[in-house]
Design a protein. Structure first.
Length: 369
């Protein structure tokens, strides 16, 4: 009883201190937002006042500067009121111009059109609820999260793993993504390459959600249970275009045993260094997110020293004018040339030299040294 009474008072300050810190951070953020709003309002007021007092020396387009700054800095709640107030001020001082020439009228119209465009952007931004600069920082954070999910874990010295992704739009957001897992740095290594419906930026949000969910499933389930669980997860989302294809490689780093499953995805290809021949892992499985309780059958092989396995998306082998089988032959031929003597950056070299520039492209290279 004495020990319990002695410990009780020491536990109380922790949540209190935490609440104080959070409250201080919140007050700092709010005060920062208030200072920005006050500064922009003062700048707009001074600009409009100068236009009314010295119309000969200040162009009407000077009002555009505080409008643009407000568009970047203010949130969707404050921005519409700021724009409306600035436009009302401009409407009051516009008649004080020495002469309303055609050029002056065009300047006034230009500023009002700019304000209207900013208002439209503000209404669209209200769905997100953050200011322009803050919204961009959120997108940067999302991009970094996607990149972190796509990172491959460190493997033993006798194994090499590389991945390369290219977006059709050139942006970091793409419909292709990679998730990998090596639980407890043990002998099991799993990597999944997923192709979400759509391409480029339009598929980026779905890729982010799925990469997080699939990354959690990959390390928590047995290899043969991953694609069925991923399929059920996609079905539960009930997206209009909520389907995806995937290829899953589960590798025993000690024995070299490789197991491959696919879900409506182009097959993995494997090079046997002893014979110099490429083989295709013909596996069966429907597209993810379409058929409930779907079954996925896999293949088994052994990776020996010098062997290579390539996982890739359809953007690497399929074009409107070329069949996928011909695309696989072209990929294998290019891999023979590029990987003959040097495997470093092999995935990047293959992605840059093979595939359609108008589709997302991704490739994973696994090599046993």
């Amino acid at each position: 009883m004495t020990a319990e009474r002695a410990q009780a008072p020491t536990a109380a300050p922790t949540p209190t201190l935490s609440r104080r810190i959070r409250a201080a951070v919140t007050r700092f953020r709010r005060s920062g937002d208030t200072r920005i709003l006050t500064g922009l309002a003062a700048a707009a007021l001074v600009t409009v006042a100068v236009l009314g007092v010295w119309p000969d020396y200040v162009p009407i387009t000077a009002v555009a500067l505080p409008l643009l700054l407000a568009h970047l800095a203010l949130g969707p709640k404050e921005l519409p009121w700021f724009v409306v107030a600035t436009m009302l001020g401009l409407a009051l001082v516009a008649p004080r111009q020495p002469q309303l020439s055609v050029r002056t009228m065009l300047e006034i119209i230009t500023v009002f059109v700019l304000g209207f465009i900013i208002l439209l952007a503000s209404f669209r931004r209200s769905r997100l609820g953050v200011a322009g600069v803050r919204g961009e920082s959120m997108l940067v954070d999302l991009r970094d999260r996607i990149n972190r999910h796509g990172g491959l874990p460190e493997l033993p010295h006798d194994w090499q793993a590389e991945s390369a992704l290219r977006s059709a739009s050139g942006s970091p957001f793409a419909g292709d993504f990679v998730v990998a897992s090596r639980p407890h740095h043990g002998d099991r290594f799993d990597v999944v390459l997923v192709d979400v419906s759509g391409k480029g930026d339009e598929a980026g949000t779905r890729s982010l959600l799925l990469s997080g969910a699939f990354g959690g499933l990959l390390g928590a389930l047995r290899p043969e249970d991953f694609l069925p669980a991923a399929n059920e997860f996609l079905i539960q989302q009930e997206w209009e275009e909520g389907f995806a294809t995937a290829v899953h490689l589960s590798l025993n780093l000690k024995t070299g045993e490789a197991r491959v499953w696919t879900a409506g995805h182009p097959p993995a290809v494997q090079l046997a260094a002893g014979t110099g021949r490429w083989s295709v892992h013909d596996t069966e499985g429907p597209i993810l997110g379409v058929i409930p309780n779907a079954e996925f059958t896999g293949t088994r092989s052994i990776m020996r020293s010098g062997d290579v396995i390539l996982l890739y998306t359809d953007g690497m082998v399929e074009t409107p004018t070329r069949d996928i089988s011909l695309g696989i032959d072209r990929l294998v031929g290019q891999a023979e040339r590029d990987l003959r003597t040097n495997f470093e950056r092999g995935a990047d070299r293959l992605v840059d030299s093979v595939g359609s520039r108008y589709d997302d492209r991704a490739l994973i290279l696994i090599h046993r040294r």
